[in-house]
Design a protein around this ligand. Structure first.
Ligand code: ZN
Length: 349
């Protein structure tokens, strides 16, 4: 009995050793359960040659002498017990280490997931903001922004550009007062000032057609009139993506051939600053303020520093007097709209 019990224990120990050494991270419970069962027969064959590090070979099923335990057997049992305890301790340590590592990995994974979610939320927020801004820009480009139709409004218009040195100053001043203006540009200049052109559109100003080469249209034939308008439309569209809605005739020159060959609405003016002639800011300001009224279309030019100076005085002063500074298309929208093949000078009520 005693010998069989010891052999059973030894077999269990070796089983535990085998499990612990071949799968160090295996749960200690399984090792203990296997040992408690004292399973001897199937495992005995397989574990005969198992040797714990630093331990003597234990010949479990060998032809050991029958009868009382020999000193060698007692020594083997003690060594096996020590090895089993060592293996138990190592298995437990391995399990704890594995659990700690799994915990750290889980924490790291959770943090990474949280950071990813944060980044995605931020990206979604930015996308929504950009969509909102794009929508607002599209609306203002189309002349749809919040305006009070019951308050007076006028359109400042600047011909003969683009010319960034002057145009950007006008836009800087306009931006401070939420004013929008209209630039009637010459098509053969737009590639030179492409970034200024895009700023006009991005900031809600209107870009109109002032022909491709600033030709006086009353002096050219029907086909060339149509080409002057179409080429400018294309040049503006190529740079800004927006096709001009309205046309301003160079010098205001028109006759029946001109009108017959331009299908877009033609916008002239009713308040002329003559800025190109005197090139004096104070004179332009005085001309406007002395006669301005609701629905006026005011003519200036984008080529002169004095015109930018005048614009930067007029924008705050007209705003202070209650005028809404709007594009030509905005003004028209609130005052009866625009029709093709028509000439407009102002948009009074
Ligand atoms: Zn002109």
């Amino acid at each position: 009995m005693k010998k069989q019990g010891i052999r059973g224990l030894a077999a269990g120990i070796l089983l535990a050793l085998s499990v612990a050494m071949t799968a160090a991270a295996g749960p200690a419970d399984e090792i203990i359960a296997a040992e408690a069962q004292g399973q001897q027969v199937p495992q005995a064959e397989g574990v005969q040659q198992v040797q714990a590090p630093g331990s003597p070979v234990v010949d479990v099923a060998g032809s050991g002498a029958a009868g009382a335990q020999t000193p060698a057997e007692q020594q083997a049992d003690a060594a096996a017990m020590a090895a089993w305890q060592q293996a138990q301790a190592e298995a437990l340590a391995a399990q704890q280490a594995a659990q700690a590592l799994a915990g750290q990995q889980a924490d790291a994974a959770a943090m990474a997931a949280w950071q990813q979610a944060q980044a995605e939320a931020l990206a979604a927020q930015q996308a929504a903001l950009q969509a909102q801004q794009a929508q607002q820009a599209a609306l203002t480009t189309q002349g749809i922004r919040q305006l009070d139709p019951n308050r007076p409004m006028v359109a400042l218009t600047f011909d003969d550009g683009p010319y960034a040195k002057v145009g950007n100053r006008i836009m800087d001043c306009a931006a401070q007062y939420n004013a929008k203006v209209t630039f009637y540009v010459v098509g053969d200049r737009v590639n030179t000032y492409a970034s200024e052109m895009r700023r006009m559109v991005n900031e809600g100003h209107e870009v109109g057609n002032h022909t491709m080469n600033h030709k006086i249209l009353t002096k050219i034939g029907a086909g060339e009139i149509a080409a002057q308008i179409e080429k400018c439309n294309q040049a503006v569209q190529n740079v800004t993506g927006i096709r001009p809605r309205t046309v301003r005739l160079p010098g205001g020159g028109k006759n029946s051939t001109v009108l017959a060959n331009i299908s877009q609405p033609i916008i002239l003016w009713n308040l002329d600053t003559l800025d190109w002639k005197h090139r004096n800011a104070a004179t332009s300001v005085q001309k406007v303020l002395s006669s301005v009224k609701d629905g006026d279309v005011i003519l200036m030019h984008e080529l002169y520093t004095a015109s930018a100076d005048a614009a930067c005085q007029l924008i705050p002063e007209l705003t202070a007097r209650g005028y809404q500074l709007v594009t030509v298309s905005e003004l028209a929208q609130y005052r009866g709209g625009l029709n093709n093949n028509r000439v407009y000078y102002s948009f009074g009520r």
